[in-house]
Design a protein around this ligand. Structure first.
Ligand SMILES: [Cu+2]
Length: 152
């Protein structure tokens, strides 16, 4: 009577392990084979959603940074983005306050001036063309804190 439960448990465990392994393997294999991806292979590369509805979802973010050494420049002098909603996210690791702005082709938007350790962000709706991104803090753009944003 004492040993029966042990044998029973051991046998039950072994059976479960074998059965569990075997059946789950077979199951996942047959599931994958039986249901090939039918919806993800459609050629939808150029299908842009009409402007309006889901613009926020299709927006892109461009990241840049102010010069960490305190010079009046960004870490990039050119950026490339996709037409639509574009967010510029400028990190400011410098002890000099900076901000991010975009202007050109009817656009003129400035982000908040932020101090060290913060990000200045703006989101603009851009058409294809060339824009200027710059720091709107007095004198910074003139000192060279700017670059070209090309939108395609
Ligand atoms: Cu600046």
């Amino acid at each position: 009577m004492k040993r029966t439960p042990v044998y029973f448990l051991a046998a039950a465990c072994a059976a479960l392990l074998v059965a569990g392994c075997g059946s789950s393997n077979k199951k996942s294999e047959s599931t994958q084979a039986a249901t090939p991806a039918t919806t993800e292979t459609a050629p939808t590369i150029t299908n842009e959603k009409p402007s309006g509805g889901a613009a926020a979802e299709s927006g892109s973010t461009l990241q840049l940074s102010a010069d960490p050494g305190g010079q009046l420049k960004f870490d990039k002098t050119s950026l490339t983005g996709k037409a639509g909603k574009v967010t510029l996210d400028m990190a400011n690791p410098s002890s000099v306050p900076h901000a991010i702005g975009v202007k050109g082709t009817g656009v003129d938007k400035k982000g908040p001036t932020v101090s060290q350790g913060s990000d200045s962000k703006i989101t603009v709706d851009l058409k294809p063309g060339k824009y200027t991104f710059y720091c709107p803090v007095d004198g910074h753009e003139q000192a060279g804190m700017k670059g070209t944003l090309t939108v395609k």
